[in-house]
Write a protein that binds this ligand. Structure first.
Ligand SMILES: [Zn+2]
Length: 57
């Protein structure tokens, strides 16, 4: 089965921030959230940490 129809979502740890992204590519979500954490919160998030937070939507 092709996973092309699945969408994934991940949100920033900071509730007040509210940053959320959706996409089909988990690796891309990890990359974007990582950049967000770095730029907005000066945080270095681990890939596995972000992967664990990704939800299927
Ligand atoms: Zn944030």
């Amino acid at each position: 089965m092709d996973e092309g129809n699945k969408m994934y979502q991940v949100s920033c740890d900071d509730v007040a921030c509210g940053f959320t992204i959706k996409g089909r590519d988990k690796d891309e979500l990890v990359m974007v959230l990582k950049m967000h954490a770095k730029n907005k919160h000066s945080l270095d998030a681990a890939d596995e940490e972000i992967q664990a937070k990704i939800k299927e939507v």
